[in-house]
Design a protein around this ligand. Structure first.
Ligand SMILES: [Fe+2]
Ligand SMILES: [Fe+2]
Length: 260
């Protein structure tokens, strides 16, 4: 099933995760083929990263456009978490066994549920500012990480939670501080909720990366570094939020000095 409407997607995701947690998911009656491209609404218009306007904190439109951009990230993050589960659970089952596979599904559905909650939270913030998701253009490049890593669960874990979501941990505290500096506490509070949850998402990514790499007989640190160098041109640039990354169980040995 594909849902293009972002609000419906968030509702359906939360409903699906609740059913998984209750153990009351109805067995699937048809074999659907997993698409490599999630359904997208007609709006927002998707622009290439270079075309996106610079956002300024000094005025309310600038802050609203930043919240709109993060809402778009959250919507794509729902797709990423659901795709992690649907695309890779069988690979994890083959490599690690039944019990771990069901834990893998539970973990990534929890992430999907959080992302849907984050999208709803920012949607409410946008409507308080007189906007709706879709009213402004959004960045077209976010799904690229998924398309570059369709072949391997470790590549996906490296690039989605451990590169992109960990990058979110680096930049979010600075954004929260800027919102507060401009007296915008409602948006700062919303981002603080998201920030705390995102530490968990990086932790879940780090946990599965280690476990699967070790099952394959790979050194997790060396393998992560190889994957980033081969699949993430440009590498990882400081400054890093070492405290949050450490809290997520993602030590400096993984990500420091990883710029080509
Ligand atoms: Fe999120
Ligand atoms: Fe996340």
């Amino acid at each position: 099933m594909q849902i293009a409407d972002p609000w419906q997607k968030a509702i359906a995701t939360r409903h699906f995760v609740a059913k998984w947690r209750e153990g009351t998911l109805a067995p699937s009656t048809h074999n659907s083929v997993l698409s490599d491209h999630p359904a997208r609404p007609e709006r927002p218009e998707l622009w290439s990263p270079g075309k996106m306007p610079k956002r300024r904190f000094g005025n309310s439109q600038g802050r609203a456009s930043l919240i709109h951009a993060i809402a778009h990230i959250e919507m794509t993050a729902i797709d990423l978490a659901l795709d992690m589960t649907a695309r890779f659970a069988e690979q994890v089952l083959a490599e690690t066994g039944f019990d771990t596979c069901s834990q893998f599904i539970t973990d990534w559905l929890r992430v999907a549920d959080d992302e849907a909650r984050h999208f709803n939270l920012l949607s409410k913030r946008l409507s308080a500012m007189g906007l709706a998701y879709g009213d402004l253009p959004a960045h077209s490049g976010l799904w690229d990480i998924a398309t570059r890593t369709m072949d391997d669960v470790l590549a996906r874990l490296a690039l989605a939670p451990l590169v992109m979501e960990a990058r979110g941990l680096d930049v979010t505290p600075g954004m929260i501080e800027k919102f507060r500096k401009h007296g915008d506490n409602a948006n700062a509070d919303a981002l603080s909720v998201i920030y705390e949850d995102e530490i968990d998402h990086v932790a879940i990514g780090a946990k599965w990366f280690r476990l699967i790499a070790e099952k394959r007989g790979e050194n997790p640190v060396a393998h992560f570094r190889d994957l980033v160098m081969n699949r993430f041109p440009g590498g990882l640039k400081p400054p890093f939020n070492h405290d949050a990354r450490f809290k997520a169980g993602f030590g400096r040995e993984f990500y420091e000095n990883l710029c080509p």
